[in-house]
Design a protein. Structure first.
Length: 273
């Protein structure tokens, strides 16, 4: 079963530019089906069953949560010998820096498979991105953020940050929160992107900001919503997607809780003045 979507540009991904999301989908590979590819960069994560990858004459066995990649410079063969087959999500990126991103994750012709320590989180990232691309009204900015979050999830196991003060960590967190591509992170995701524990993040936020990480994120989210209401004519449904709400109902509930009025009334008041 192959689910495939049209090509679309996702815009600038933080320090990366000229990168496009070409396809995102889910593939079921039945027993006896073998694929051979090369010439582009495509990341896959196994979600069900067992399979294998052959690259440079070496065979790798894969199970749920294992990651593998097609790469520009190396042909790989993959398939399954299991009667039940296997399934995986995939994401194909293109552009001048797609090869560099693939390399930074840790893929190479000599190492096309990665065993992740946070398998379920990464599977969830792939699934969320795929579900979002199915929407006929996807928002490119939010989609770009989802790709960037996935990229961070895939690179975190291979980064060894230097020792940082609480102020330095807080400054890094502030950049992530203010970046429109990563502004939708939750507490666990923020800690992961900063390469610290949730407990350490709590200590840093309390020390530097006098608030919990949840309070810091909620305040930043509310500020972004207010800015969009004041400076754009986006419908609430689209504004909800840009600020990572499931739908406008959840956005309205959140806004009323903290502001005491509806987003629509707030917008009218801002326009009045």
């Amino acid at each position: 079963m192959l689910e495939q979507h049209e090509s679309y540009w996702i815009g600038r991904l933080a320090e990366f530019c000229n990168v496009s999301l070409f396809h995102a989908g889910r593939l079921r590979n039945d027993s006896g089906t073998v694929w051979k590819f090369r010439g582009y960069n495509c990341w896959h994560i196994v979600t069900h069953g067992e399979g294998y990858v052959i690259s440079k004459g070496k065979k790798y066995r894969l199970n749920r949560g294992d990651l593998f990649s097609v790469m520009e410079d190396s042909e790989i063969e993959y398939g399954t010998e299991s009667d039940e087959g296997w399934e995986f999500y995939y994401l194909r990126i293109e552009g001048p820096l797609s090869k560099e991103m693939t390399g930074r994750i840790g893929f190479s012709p000599e190492s096309p498979v990665i065993r992740l320590s946070q398998k379920e989180m990464v599977i969830s990232r792939f699934k969320e991105l795929l579900n979002y691309t199915k929407s006929p009204e996807y928002d490119t900015e939010f989609l770009a953020g989802q790709v960037l979050l996935l990229y961070h999830s895939l690179t975190e196991d291979f980064s060894v940050p230097q020792r940082r003060s609480s102020e330095e960590i807080a400054a890094e967190a502030d950049k992530i929160i203010k970046n429109p591509y990563t502004s939708s992170v939750n507490v666990n995701e923020l800690a992961s992107m900063l390469h610290i524990s949730r407990g350490k993040l709590f200590s840093v936020c309390k020390e530097v900001c006098g608030k919990s990480p949840h309070e810091v994120l909620q305040e930043a989210r509310l500020k972004r919503i207010c800015e969009l209401l004041k400076n754009s004519d986006l419908p609430l449904a689209q504004l909800a997607r840009q600020t990572a709400f499931q739908n406008e109902k959840y956005l309205i509930r959140f806004f009323r809780k903290y502001m005491g009025i509806s987003p629509g009334k707030y917008r009218k008041l801002q326009n009045h003045f």
